[in-house]
Design a protein around this ligand. Sequence first.
Ligand code: ADP
Ligand code: MG
Length: 438
Amino acid sequence: MTAPALSWEKLLGAVRAERDGRYRAWFEALPPGELVNGELQVVVADPAQRQYLHSECTATFQQAAMRLTDHLVSVRFVAPSDGSSTPVVASSRSPLISSPLNPDYTFEQFVVGPSNRLAHAACRAVCSQPGIPYNPLFVHGGSGLGKTHLLQAIGAFLGAADPPLNVVYVSCETFVNEFVRAIETGTLVGFRDGIRRADVLIIDDVQFLADRESSQEELFHTFNVLHQSRRQIVLSADYSPSEIPTLEDRLVSRFTWGLVTNVGQPDRETRHAILQKKARLRGVEIPDEVLDFIAEQVQSNIRVLEGALTRLVTEANIGGKPLTVDTAREIVGTFQGPSGRLLQVSDILEAVSRHFGVRLPDLIGRKRSRSVSHPRQVGMYLARKLTPLSLQEIGGYFGGRDHSTVLHAERVIEVDRTHDDATAVALTALTQQLLARR
Ligand code: ADP
Ligand code: MG
């Protein structure tokens, strides 16, 4: 799932930790809120409860939601009888296996600059004539540079077209997992039928196909069926088709039939404009010089940029700190080591690979034996602890895995750490070694 995931249980847990018993009666029995367009909508029983929660607990809910989703979130308490609109629940337009789209990932919210101008134009062209100018469209580029945003913008646009097209958007990991499950449960016909009824098939992070022979074969046939009937196919990956390891030649050739386009590192103006857009989307006014400072300091990737902004807003809301360059400097500083360098996931991969004697391709590959999956989970755990990246982002670095896989790894290692001495020792050694590198 790519929309920011929010576990209501976890959210309440975090709010409980902040608020003592006096307040709890006001929120304990609330039904799960819905996260829509970056707004957490929580339905309460009556206007009195709304008023109370609004004035006493908004900031706590907001902080918890931002921490859990890694995104800017605003909070609204809605009472059924006070005339406010009832919450809009993101509709799942397709009965197929399509994953929900993040409502923030639209063309309106995408900033166009020199680094992504061509990719953006290609996505727009696909929207105006699906299946015609570029089929397939293949978008590649480094992590956190806007591929998922663009792919989902296409999905949202075409899903809302008149008449709406049947859009199937999935991460490649979901495609692979659903395919494997369909084989195991004898439901392959249904799986194929679902995916082949798509007018538009969007598969994110196809580098996840590396080393997965039967999934590649399945995708090959799916591709042929859809392409022959001029249905639009959109794909993304960290690398261009020919650079994806072990991708069969026949898929490489098909993936390059249409247009292969690239998103690159945004320049400073684009970074600034993106920050501004993200802040406005959440209704936060941030002084220009603060945005300038963050845009200048954080150059690596847009998710990290967004992470810095989210923390700044949290600190301002909750910690009562001013929205100034000094506060921003403090926050950016927590991401960086003494040399000013950010720890990269590639550093973690390399250290874990050396420590456990596991080859890098295996670490990001599909092998499931414990000798490989344990180091992989340790790597994901360290990435959670030592980088500001989101679950989705970390999954991307580990071979295009879903956010839920990273979350699972984090939990498993958290448990191992307390029950297994070898894991505890490995984590301490790796953490020290990595922090010394920054
Ligand atoms: P990728 O799929 O390439 O790893 P994402 O599409 O997930 O990257 O982008 C990471 C974050 O950066 C998302 O929150 C996305 O909205 C934001 N982002 C990336 N590029 C842009 C852009 N040009 N304009 C606005 N937001 C962007
Ligand atoms: Mg992505």
